[in-house]
Design a protein around this ligand. Structure first.
Ligand code: G1P
Length: 288
């Protein structure tokens, strides 16, 4: 029997050094794309995939992320008093069910695998999703929903994958591929950030995962991998052979919002997808 997918882990302990000085006193996950912070896109995407429980793996200086999903009593009372209906509407996506969001702290930055391991008590014996808020996906069907559906089909681990130029394999987790129907691809191996010459393919993992809880046992060994970090990719690789493991070529466009150019491109693409902004944005883009 497949267990339902109801939990998501969101690693948000990163320092955001690539966005200094903007991220000196602010969590990088609070950077907005158009008018919504990255973290809220991730939470909304998770919700649309049926996720009901959230665990943010945070660090020092990240309290705004927790505040963002709390009730802002004075603000909401003032808006109500002034009958600011639109503004009240804009806050809707920030509301979470009481008790549905927890945080754990990753005290030391030992890598993504270590961050996920920090959420082990939250994960327990259940399958869980991971969303890396830096990766933003513009799609018809929310990316994590596509993965959740693939989990229903395959009953095992599923990661979102996309082909990247070979010279970029050293930025991502890369698949060694088996049977491939063009949409779902069987994972035979996983390597974190291989040099182009060593990469077993150019199929890369983006920041959306559905994993089985057994990965925690492998991460617990705290083996260091690429960059001397505890890599999630290495922990996942240990599941291959004992559990189904697939890559899903998702429908949609992914933006790497951890990168300045990627972040700016996301602003334009998401603004153009908004009926209230598209015309104005198209008009000023012509000027440049
Ligand atoms: C992480 C993962 C990598 C994955 C990438 C997706 O890398 O380690 O396997 O491909 O996210 O964005 P990071 O971007 O944290 O270096």
């Amino acid at each position: 029997m497949k267990k339902p997918l109801r939990k998501a882990v969101l690693p948000v302990a990163g320092l955001g050094t690539r966005f200094l000085p903007a991220t000196k006193a602010m969590a990088k996950e609070m950077l907005p794309v158009v008018d919504k912070p990255l973290i809220q896109y991730a939470i909304e995407e998770a919700r649309a995939a049926g996720i009901e429980q959230f665990c943010m793996v945070t660090g020092r200086g990240k309290t705004a992320l927790v505040e963002h999903f709390d009730i802002a009593f004075e603000l909401e009372a003032t808006l109500r008093q002034r009958n600011r209906v639109e503004a009240m509407e804009a806050l809707k996506g920030t509301q979470v069910e009481p008790g549905s969001m927890v945080t754990v702290r990753q005290q030391v930055p030992l890598g993504l695998g270590h961050a996920i391991w920090c959420a082990r008590a939250f994960i327990g014996d259940d399958p869980f999703a991971i969303l890396l808020p830096d990766d933003l996906v513009l799609s018809q069907t929310p990316c994590l929903k596509q993965l959740a559906d693939a989990y229903q089909e395959t009953g095992g681990n599923v990661v979102a994958v996309v082909e990247v130029p070979r010279e970029h394999t050293n930025r991502y987790g890369i698949l060694k591929t088996g049977a491939d129907d063009g949409r779902l691809v069987e994972v035979q191996g996983l390597v974190e950030k291989p040099a182009p010459a060593d990469a077993p393919s150019n199929l890369s993992i983006i920041g959306r995962y559905v994993l089985m809880p057994e990965v925690i046992g492998h991460l617990a060994k705290m083996e260091r991998g690429a960059g001397n970090e505890v890599q999630l990719t290495d922990g996942m690789a240990k599941l291959i052979g004992s559990q189904p493991f697939h890559g899903l070529r998702y429908e949609g466009t992914r933006f790497d919002c951890g990168d300045k150019a990627g972040f700016l491109e996301a602003q334009i693409a998401f603004a153009l997808a908004r009926p209230d902004l598209a015309d104005a944005v198209r008009a000023f883009l012509k000027k440049y």
